[in-house]
Design a protein around this ligand. Structure first.
Ligand code: ADP
Ligand code: MG
Length: 402
């Protein structure tokens, strides 16, 4: 698919931007701070309802200059061309309030937009996928879950709600210092609900990992020029609570079997409930949920060693890139979507300057045939010749075709 039109009102540094785009490669070139990332961030937001940069949604609404009227919110609109008929997505981000959304001009829930516009963004921040907190890797998986199966956006939202409610119950139990019988009875009700939602989310993540794994391994092989093998494993707080060993790259069979079991949502729910029952007193002590989808992680290895803490800077970069390229390839080969047009828009934000020549070549080779690639760079020289296409100059919030 590709984005043919984009319009932004009061988003980041843009007061108003209207842009027509084409399939193939398109580059946005401009000095730092001119609004290149803001532009592609908007497309990413329409695709995932979150920004690829850290920060609260309120930072997305344009801050007016002192003395000027402050806009109450932003409006992002895009036309995604896929399959038989394009989709028009619109989201209104209102500072301090819930977002409003429209799809093909009719009101809808924001989450109904998920999966409609597919985009994969690779940006320098993605190094944190390898080095950073587990939450970033869970988000990678959960965003892919929702992209592949938009109906699971509801399960994800439900899971997060139940998790927060159970956490607040555990906190009040801790504050009360002694847990009453009625408190424990309430807790058991929440156990069952959390276990059911978490099990569905975990099963969906396992499906994503299983599909993603060969693409990431192949992308890493290409990017790292055949040096070292990338591996990933689902790190399950349930399995570890049950006494299983941590994922070990030298014992791939064991963790793959563990993953396969977790893919059975009904049994996983029962196992989670049992694990929670055994953890109640510790959970009350800590005032926190101690087992479930929210405590899981995606373990990454290069060869037999964890990528975090062992891999070189270059290897970590290659792995971050491979995770995104692998996601892109997986979605591109997802023939069930939009009559076979599930290929996402690929966004490469300011990445060519940070890659050495070898990785740059590998990336170019992999993306040269993409249906739509949007690239940003500070200078023209950073745009690889193979990706020459439409070019826009970005300066002072103005975007002009050159
Ligand atoms: N909410 C906002 N309102 C106004 N300006 C913003 C907002 N958020 C970011 N900016 C400005 O956008 C600029 C950064 O744009 P960005 O797209 O990241 O630049 P680059 O071209 O380097 O990618 C900064 O000057 C920043 O002050
Ligand atoms: Mg930028």
């Amino acid at each position: 698919m590709f984005v043919s039109d984009l319009s932004l009102d009061d988003f980041r540094s843009y007061e108003r931007l209207v842009l027509s785009l084409e399939p193939g490669p398109t580059a946005f070139v401009g000095a730092n701070g001119q609004g290149k990332t803001n532009l592609v961030e908007a497309i990413g937001y329409l695709a995932s309802l979150s920004s690829h940069r850290a920060g609260a949604d309120t930072a997305l609404v344009r801050r007016a200059a002192p003395g000027m009227e402050q806009p109450a919110g932003s409006v992002l609109r895009a036309k995604a061309v896929h399959g038989q008929r394009p989709s028009v997505l619109e989201i209104e981000i209102i500072a301090g309030k819930a977002n409003r959304a429209r799809l093909n001009r009719g009101s809808c829930r924001p989450r109904d937009l998920l999966g409609v516009l597919r985009a994969v963004i690779f940006a320098p921040e993605d190094l944190a996928l390898v080095r950073g907190e587990p939450g970033l890797r869970r988000r990678l998986l959960d965003d892919l879950v929702v992209t592949l199966r938009p109906s699971l956006a509801g399960v994800r939202a439900e899971h997060d709600k139940i998790l927060a409610q159970r956490a607040s119950l555990l906190k009040s139990a801790r504050a009360a210092r002694s847990s009453t019988a009625s408190m424990l009875a309430t807790l058991e009700v929440w156990d069952a609900q959390l276990a059911a939602a978490a099990a569905r989310l975990i099963a969906a993540r396992i499906e994503v990992i299983t599909r993603l794994r060969p693409w990431v391994e192949a992308a890493y092989h290409a990017v790292a020029d055949g040096r070292g093998q990338a591996r990933m494993a689902y790190r399950s707080s349930l399995l570890i609570t049950e006494g299983a060993a941590e994922p070990d790259p030298r014992d791939e069979g064991a963790w793959l079997a563990g993953e396969a079991d977790l893919g059975e949502a009904a049994t996983t729910a029962a196992r989670l409930e049992a694990a929670m029952a055994g953890l109640h007193s510790r959970e009350i002590d800590r005032g926190a949920n101690l087992v479930g989808a929210h405590r899981d992680d995606l373990d990454l290895f290069i060869g037999d060693l964890p990528a975090r803490g062992y891999a070189s800077h270059g290897e970590q970069w290659s792995l971050a890139l491979a995770l995104r390229l692998g996601s892109y390839e997986m979605l591109r080969h997802d023939v069930e979507a939009y009559g076979g047009d599930g290929e996402p828009v690929l966004i490469l934000d300011d990445v060519f300057a940070s890659l050495d020549e070898r990785r740059r070549q590998a990336l170019v080779t992999m993306v040269a045939g993409a249906q739509q690639v949007l690239l940003t760079a500070a200078v023209d020289e950073d745009i690889p010749g193979e990706l020459t296409g439409a070019r826009f100059r970005v300066e002072d919030g103005e975007v002009s075709r050159v």
